[in-house]
Design a protein around this ligand. Structure first.
Ligand SMILES: [Zn+2]
Length: 303
């Protein structure tokens, strides 16, 4: 829902998406044509960024320093708790953390209009390199022309009840996406969906003990993402990145190289010209852990 009915949204002038008004839901972003997985749909600088937990007076001080056009765009955005301080509510409703675990949040114009779905078809990712600071919205799978572009506002792989608690707390709405509908009817599927997070935690916990169970959970998670989550680009990338160290610790060199190649392939689709930074993680692991004789011919994947 936007704050001012007498204004229309600025035309994004994009070949890839349009912003349309949805009855009862405010605005939403839609694909203008078929989009391939990995397509960068929009790339935007924040209208405003601020430290997490900023009180309203600090938000006001940051806002006051912005030019009038940027201020106009911020005021255009929706506020789900209109009884609160207006700018505070706009920020709460529209902000996106700048990178995972970041201390800063940003408010965007078009990207902040992307609606939530637990069955998201896009993801956003913060790029901070070469003096450029931009949020990119990327297609997580193939998307058909006319489809609404949706993203998950919360950690996706939780039970329906947990997801609804989080969404209700900040955005005051009840998600009625296809996944939520299915999970209401099928509790087992709901638990299976939530188990993906547990599998991630398990795979990532390799400090003291790594076992075949790590590989088992990885393969189970890959299967889940293929069957239930449209082969999600970002989830597949993260899974393949996470399993590299456990594979090396188990001396499963062939698997380590196989999954490293996949991580490199998917990482290139996501990180594009900022790719080198992410390649280093894969490169470091393989070079440090896999004995030379087991990685002959692998170097060509690292350039
Ligand atoms: Zn949902």
């Amino acid at each position: 829902m936007h704050n001012s009915t007498d204004r229309v949204i600025d035309d994004p002038q994009s070949d890839l998406f349009v912003i349309k008004s949805i009855p009862g839901k405010g605005y939403g972003m839609f694909a203008k044509r078929d989009l391939q997985c990995g397509t960068i749909i929009v790339c935007e600088k924040p209208l405003m960024k601020y430290p997490n937990g900023s009180p309203p007076w600090l938000l006001e001080a940051i806002y006051d320093k912005l030019d009038s056009e940027t201020q106009r765009r911020i005021r255009f955005l929706s506020a789900s708790k209109p009884w609160k301080h207006p700018l505070d509510s706009i920020c709460e409703t529209n902000s996106i953390p700048l990178a995972h675990g970041s201390e800063e949040k940003g408010v965007f114009y078009y990207i902040s209009m992307v609606n939530h779905s637990c069955e998201s078809n896009t993801f956003w990712i913060w790029f901070d390199y070469n003096n450029k600071q931009e949020m990119k919205l990327i297609a997580d799978r193939r998307i058909k022309a006319g489809e609404e572009l949706v993203c998950s506002y919360i950690e996706r792989f939780q039970t329906r009840q947990r997801r609804h608690e989080f969404l209700q707390y900040t955005w005051l709405f009840k998600c009625q996406c296809y996944v939520c509908e299915q999970h209401e009817k099928d509790k087992e599927l709901d638990e299976l969906y939530a188990s993906l997070s547990k599998n991630y935690d398990y795979i990532m916990d390799f400090d003291s003990k790594v076992s075949e169970e790590h590989i088992k959970r990885f393969l189970k998670s890959v299967k889940f993402v293929q069957e239930h989550y449209h082969n999600s680009l970002i989830q597949m990338f993260l899974l393949h990145l996470c399993i590299l160290l456990p594979c090396c610790m188990l001396k499963k060199w062939e698997d380590a190289l196989k999954y490293a190649k996949k991580a490199i392939f998917l990482g290139r689709m996501i990180y594009d010209d900022d790719y080198e930074r992410y390649l280093i993680t894969v490169k470091d692991i393989i070079m440090a852990k896999v004995p030379m004789k087991h990685r002959i011919g692998f170097d060509k994947y690292l350039v």
